[in-house]
Design a protein around this ligand. Structure first.
Ligand SMILES: [Zn+2]
Length: 202
């Protein structure tokens, strides 16, 4: 099957994702082989480079990447994570250029504690997701988990707050997005910080 994505572009995307994955793994946010990252390499048609399934995320190489379409299906072979479909959905829905999915303890713990969604307000760190530090309440939605990515995508679409580039999946982890892999990482760090803060509060 032909595609407009050259091998070089895909390798380049793979190198970025490998570096980002190693960083997240060093934070302890991609334990075992959990979690996956993606970057949009083409918008029309929608194509994403997604980290390959089953690898240790601290040891990825630039070739441990799979090109997927708007449904998360492999375009040129390889085995993407089942979650690639949700990455593609998030990219299509939000216009994000990069998506991060990590299984952090704080996201699972807070999803359990506040299943209706977590409200944040009057925190300097909110500036890191482009929100005012004062007076504005920002909701981090919590959605129920599913192994069906279409169901999960519908829940994310219905629950998401445009002011918050993230959603918690109960009993599972966190999806965060941004314009670039770098911005998606910064958003992930901010959201995780907010969750850890709430977790340590009373
Ligand atoms: Zn997951």
């Amino acid at each position: 099957m032909t595609t407009d994505i050259s091998t070089f572009d895909l390798e380049e995307a793979g190198a970025v994702l490998a570096a980002e994955s190693a960083r997240f793994a060093s934070f302890g946010w991609m334990r075992g082989t959990s979690g996956n990252l993606s970057v949009v390499v083409s918008r029309d048609p929608l194509r994403l480079a997604v980290t390959a399934s089953g690898h240790d995320k601290g040891e990825l190489t630039p070739s441990d990447v799979v090109l997927v379409d708007g449904k998360g299906a492999a375009v040129n072979g390889g085995k993407p994570s089942a979650e690639a479909e949700l990455h593609a959905r998030v990219a299509a829905l939000t216009g994000a250029g990069a998506v991060v999915h990590v299984h952090t303890v704080a996201s699972v713990a807070m999803g359990r504690r506040v299943p209706g969604g977590i409200l944040f307000k009057d925190l300097e760190m909110l500036k890191g997701i482009g929100q005012p530090a004062h007076d504005v309440e920002v909701l981090l939605p919590v959605i129920a988990n599913s192994q069906d990515m279409e169901v999960l995508g519908d829940r994310l679409e219905a629950a998401r707050d445009p002011r918050m580039p993230a959603v918690v999946v109960a009993g599972h982890g966190l999806y965060v997005w941004g314009d670039t892999p770098r911005q998606a990482r910064h958003h992930t760090e901010i959201v995780e910080w907010l969750l850890e803060l709430e977790l340590t509060g009373d």
